[in-house]
Design a protein around this ligand. Structure first.
Ligand code: NDP
Length: 492
């Protein structure tokens, strides 16, 4: 069904102890489709009472057998969930596109297949997971990894199912039970995931879902005494609030936060590949990916040619109906967020920048009420200004010239964030040298967003604390216990 024709307004429920239940307080908030402004669902405005019930159910699941489940059983559950997500791929992609405003083709190609891959990957990872043994003279140590108990998962609106499953799969694979709180802006695929857990016959209480506002349901989850760990992905300011609430309770904490990622383009690069790569890194998902390369640093010898080529391609990007296969950019997540991006464009103008693009597109109904914005390239800005220093999280990039490698590295590192970087060069020695000096958790060379789920994912500086992916996720969602055994009868 096209967005324009959709008239359904669903009422969502929490998913607690294997049942869909209404909120204790009986209050709801509206879920709006960003592409049309239409209300598409009502979701429970969860509070501490709902979170309390979900945590109790999660605790109960552990006590009633999940604690004794085998690795193989948990891996099989993850595989069953993966198969069901795959079976519902088209429907889930439509929900995700509807809820976020992103192009349907993107949800079909990236978001939902990645949710499938997350469950399959961690089913395999936990089956192959081995712990360490440290041998001493006359004694051995081995490491047991034990589940933490109930874990809280808090996820943002930009990649709703992709990021929820990225946390949920390793948490369950390691034997924890889960209480998830998705963004109130994009609850639909999390609700579908709860249905999938029910269909797959998951033990009641192993996966629980509480909808609601971050400051209410999210904060209650972080503050709950029986939640042993919180895995949070979201903005840096919210991450600081979560960390402050969790610290006095000594909870284990994983924080995946914002970014202001540099793309470094050296004059010796493959020019066409670098332009295409910078375009993708700048504007995928309307620039609403934490890894987006929103600061493009270009060696002066090719700067003007690069800007011309980038602006030409950006102007050719089609903005509009997310369901149209020809659409490159759908809607931003909401009108408020578009206002924020537009305020940053105004700041850029005030600071002397030249803004290429960035107007509201003229679209036919019902998309004339949507949160659409033409992508923009900004040149001529000082690197110190707010447009360049702050995460905007929209379809906007700035381009800056540099004279040599030293200046490129200095500019790349000159922000408070440190999530990722990409660099474009044909000089292998330079690629190694620069990669080693960038203050980020991840570096891509001659590519962007090429992901292997085994590798460490996460940020430095104010982009986060800890790593996810492969064994890093399995280790986060478990507690290491060393067992030391003396083999010879010596006095300790
Ligand atoms: P927010 O920080 O606003 O929200 C993230 C989640 O936290 C939401 O579920 C939100 O709920 C919830 N939340 C808000 N306040 C609190 C609180 N006090 N206690 C507990 N939970 C709370 O981020 P956005 O949803 O706006 O997402 C965009 C941000 O996410 C960007 O900064 C982006 O860089 C970052 N991000 C980072 C990634 C990474 O891997 N490093 C990946 C993807 C995004 P609600 O929305 O209902 O208020």
């Amino acid at each position: 069904m096209s967005l324009a024709a959709s008239r359904d307004i669903r009422t969502l429920a929490h998913f607690i102890a294997g049942r869909f239940v209404p909120p204790v307080a009986g209050t709801y908030v509206e879920d709006v489709a960003p592409a049309t402004g239409a209300v598409i669902a009502r979701l429970p405005r969860g509070d501490a009472a709902d979170v309390g019930a979900a945590v109790e159910a999660a605790r109960g699941a552990i006590d009633h057998g999940w604690r004794r489940s085998s690795t193989a059983e948990r891996a099989e559950l993850c595989e069953a969930i993966a198969a069901r997500i795959e079976h519902r791929l088209d429907e889930l992609a439509a929900l995700e596109s509807h809820d976020t405003g992103k192009p349907l083709a993107l949800a079909r190609r990236v978001d939902i297949p990645r949710a499938v891959a997350n469950f399959r990957f961690f089913a395999g990872a936990v089956r192959h997971h081995a712990t360490e043994m440290h041998e001493m003279q006359g004694a051995i140590n081995y490491t047991l990894r034990r589940p933490l108990g109930v874990v809280g998962l808090i996820t943002p609106w930009n990649l709703p199912l992709y990021l929820l499953t990225w946390k949920c799969a390793p948490a369950l694979a390691m034997g924890n039970s889960v209480v998830a709180k998705p963004s109130e802006l994009t609850p639909l695929t999390a609700a579908a995931l709860a249905e999938i857990f029910l269909e797959a016959g998951a033990p009641a209480g192993v996966f629980n879902l509480v909808h609601g506002l971050g400051a209410e349901a999210g904060a209650a989850l972080v503050e709950h005494a029986d939640v042993a760990a919180v895995s949070f992905t979201g903005g840096t300011a919210t991450g600081a609030r979560v960390a402050a609430a969790a610290a006095p309770l000594f909870k284990k904490l994983s924080l995946e936060l914002g970014g202001k990622n540099p793309t470094l383009v050296f004059a010796d690069c493959d020019f066409e590949a670098a332009v295409e790569g910078s375009l993708l890194a700048g504007f995928l998902n309307q620039g609403q990916v934490c890894l987006c390369g929103s600061r493009i640093l270009v060696e002066r010898a090719i700067h003007d040619r690069f800007v011309d080529a980038l602006v030409e391609r950006v102007r050719a990007m089609r903005v509009g109906d997310p369901a149209d296969e020809a659409t490159c950019l759908g809607a931003l997540v909401g009108l408020e967020h578009r206002d924020k991006v537009e305020r940053y464009l105004q700041l850029a103008r005030d600071d002397g920048g030249q803004v290429h693009g960035g107007a509201r597109p003229d679209l036919p109904p019902p998309f004339d009420r949507g949160a659409f914005l033409q992508p923009a390239v900004v040149t001529g800005l000082p690197h110190s200004c707010r447009f360049v220093q702050e995460e905007i999280f929209g379809p906007v990039v700035s381009v800056h010239p540099f004279d040599d490698e030293e200046e490129a590295v200095t500019l790349a590192n000159d922000v408070r964030y440190g999530l990722s970087a990409s660099l474009w060069t044909r000089d292998l020695e330079r690629a190694h040298r620069v990669s080693a000096r960038l203050e980020t958790g991840m570096v891509w060379v001659n590519t962007w967003l090429l992901r292997d789920l085994r590798v460490p994912f996460g940020g430095a500086k104010q982009s986060g604390v800890g790593r996810e992916g492969g064994r890093w996720s399995l280790e986060f969602f478990s507690e290491a216990r060393n067992v030391c055994i003396q083999l010879e009868n010596k006095k300790p």
